[in-house]
Ligand binder design. Structure first.
Ligand code: TPP
Length: 639
């Protein structure tokens, strides 16, 4: 029964970390539970990284009680687990707008708060960024604390290890908190994960954990015993933890600490804070999804959930069609190997891994390694497919150039999430791949107009004997019929889908369907539009494009990619060189800015990347088009 009185929420009274400092133990417990309620409620509605955030509630509270943010710098790796941090640093009132168009970001963002000292979205940057702050602090003769909070998944990334290498070299005072939940999105893979697992599941840790509180309280603050990893020895005689990995890197090792015990965490963090002068790593063990049973039970699904009400429908997504294609190709070709840098879920690879576990390789959050590893496989006549999101492939640019393309090795890049990805925003938009890939020699770059063409292009790529990228969007397919037999598409061959004498729209990938719709709308207004499915951003179908453009003299290119150095530039360059500038070319694509978060449909509409936007662009670009032909409706559109 409702009493009519809502109990005042503690969370409502927290406007900054300072408000946390006076809370009693029971109040902290109450606060943690209110935060979890808020996380579940907002993330269920808006979508987002639920399980990762539920796992760090106590850790975040403890960090903000022990350190003085923003004077002390807390650097969150990936930034996907910073929701509690947002709630405690003055963003409670906007938290319901998380990941909404115009609302707060799902990651740390320097524009959002002075407490977000470093923005992120991609993994494994925290130690490098934090070390930069440490060196700046020391050069300036300052004395604040810098804390990098990194997950066991992100810790597998090369950059994290490169950062640790320099930390060990400099020996500077940096605190690294390793948030170890045994999970990346899927279970963390690799030797480092095995080492952490050894510590976590060691019976001696479990016993020490039970005694942890007593042991810690007994120690005077600043005592190096904990820091040297010997607290456990003092509690459990003769105990040895395999801490040498971090110690060899020059860190003092401390832990493992129960990441859901605020008191124990605070004791440990305070000791780490007061430990000088060397770098120190505090190993915190947390449970992904903690406190919400469905998420604890299925942390993989609840890592990142869609917004409520999003109906995925029955049409398969491009990612699903990719995986189905791989399954069929893996059955036909025993030399096909699929490589995923920690994204088997996002790339829907479980169906392939179930049948060919030895040929679906999760290499950790290690995009650079993934690409060069694929290059190595290609030298031995295997057919490696790197399954990767557009935004994360950016990490491996030199590996693409130097290790794959320079040697013309037949690596297939299956690039998912090309174009606007939606709610993850600036850090995750697949806005650049067409530009950065088309300038690399030897690399073939293709984008299918629908999910059936995706199958055939993937097949073509595995047969091409050259490096080839196939990029496709984050969405359901168009619902077209899928051929059961694959065929090769001639490299560099586009297709004319519709003819017309007034204008030619040359569209790439996801923009072909709206271009066709725009052409139909324009035809209703008396403007005859040809539509070319370019298929290849490189090599271009020169013959087809020149022929159609030569007839229409007006060309519009459309791509879901930045206009900077993109597909439109390549087409304009081709036409300019062949025709000396007599053909008018206008390009539609993403502007020269980082694209914010919001629904794909809304963002595409904002940037004119839908049928209406394309039609409008055609009309406004070519005032010489016979206006008399246009209907009132289209006069309005152009106005
Ligand atoms: C460079 C890069 N590759 C892949 C991802 C996708 N991604 C986001 S979070 C995540 C797992 C991170 O695991 P961990 O650091 O252990 O954090 P947890 O979510 O388990 O708390 C991955 C792979 C990314 N953000 N950046």
């Amino acid at each position: 029964m409702e009493s009519g009185w809502e109990m005042a929420k503690l969370l409502d009274q927290i406007n900054s970390p300072a408000d946390l400092k006076e809370l009693s133990k029971p109040e902290l417990k109450q606060l943690a539970s209110e935060i979890r309620e808020e996380l579940v409620s907002v993330v269920s509605a808006n979508g987002g990284h639920l399980a990762s955030n539920l796992g760090v509630v106590e850790l975040t509270i403890a960090l903000h009680r022990v350190f003085e943010s923003p004077k002390d710098k807390i650097v969150w790796d990936v930034g996907h687990q910073a929701y509690t941090h947002k709630l405690l640093t003055g963003r409670r009132d906007r938290f319901s707008t998380l990941r909404q168009f115009g609302g707060i970001s799902g990651f740390t963002d320097r524009n959002e708060s002075e407490h977000d000292h470093f923005g992120a979205g991609h993994a494994s940057t925290s130690i490098s960024a934090a070390l930069g702050m440490v060196v700046a602090r020391d050069l300036a003769g300052d004395d604040y604390n810098v804390v990098a909070v990194i997950g066991d998944g992100a810790a597998t990334g090369g950059m994290a290890l490169e950062g640790m290498n320099q930390v060990g070299h400099l020996g500077s005072r940096l605190i690294v908190v390793l948030n170890d939940n045994g999970m990346s999105i899927s279970p963390t893979v690799g030797a480092l994960a095995r080492l952490l697992g050894k510590i976590r599941f060691d019976d001696r840790y479990r016993r020490a954990k039970d005694k942890g509180k007593r042991i810690v309280t007994k120690l005077p603050l600043g005592n190096r015993v904990w820091a040297a990893g010997k607290q456990v020895e003092s509690g459990v005689k003769g105990m040895f933890m395999p801490t040498t990995f971090w110690e060899e890197f020059g860190f003092a090792y401390m832990g493992p600490v129960d990441g859901h015990n605020v008191h124990e965490l605070e004791m440990a963090l305070a000791q780490a804070r007061d430990y000088r002068p060397e770098p120190i790593l505090l190993h915190v063990v947390t449970t992904k999804g903690k406190g919400y049973l469905p998420a604890e039970g299925d942390a993989v699904y609840f890592h990142g959930i869609p917004a409520q009400g999003i109906d995925n429908g029955t049409i398969p997504t491009y990612s699903e069609v990719f995986a189905q294609t791989m399954l069929q190709l893996a059955r036909e070709n025993p030399r096909l190997v699929i490589i995923t840098p920690a994204m088997p879920e996002g790339n829907c690879l479980s169906i392939v891994a179930a049948e060919f576990p030895e040929r679906v390789l999760d290499v950790g959050i290690c995009e650079q390694h993934a690409v060069t590893f694929a290059a190595g496989l290609a030298t031995e006549d295997f057919v490696p497919v790197v399954a990767i999101y557009s935004t994360f492939l950016q990490r491996a640019y030199d590996q693409i150039i130097h290790d794959v393309c320079l040697q013309d090795l037949p690596v297939v890049f299956a690039i998912d999430r090309g174009g606007i990805v939606g709610d993850d925003g600036k850090t995750h938009q697949g806005a650049f791949d067409i530009s950065y890939l088309t300038l690399v020699p030897n690399l073939i770059v293709a984008a299918p107009k629908d999910e059936d063409e995706l199958q055939h292009l993937l097949y073509t790529a595995t047969e091409s004997k050259h490096p080839m990228a196939v990029r496709y969007p984050r969405s359901a397919g168009l619902g077209v019929k899928l051929d059961t037999e694959f065929h090769s598409i001639p490299i560099g061959r586009g297709e004319l889908l519709r003819d017309g004498a007034d204008v030619a729209i040359v569209a790439l990938g996801s923009m072909v369907a709206p271009a066709l719709d725009a052409a139909r709308e324009l035809a209703a207004g008396g403007i005859e539009v040809a539509v070319v499915n370019a298929r290849f951003a490189k090599p271009l179908d020169r013959e087809l494009i020149l022929e159609v453009a030569g007839r229409t003299r007006r060309v519009v290119t459309v791509e879901e990619n930045t206009l900077n150095g993109g597909f439109g530039c390549s087409v304009a360059d081709l036409l300019h060189k062949s025709d000396g500038g007599g053909i008018q070319v206008k390009s539609i694509g993403l502007p020269d800015e980082f694209i914010e978060h919001g629904p794909q449909v809304a963002l595409r509409s904002r940037y004119g990347l839908d049928a209406e936007g394309i039609a409008r662009h055609v009309l406004t670009s070519f005032p010489t088009l016979d206006r008399a032909k246009t209907t009132t409706e289209y006069s309005e559109l152009s106005g």
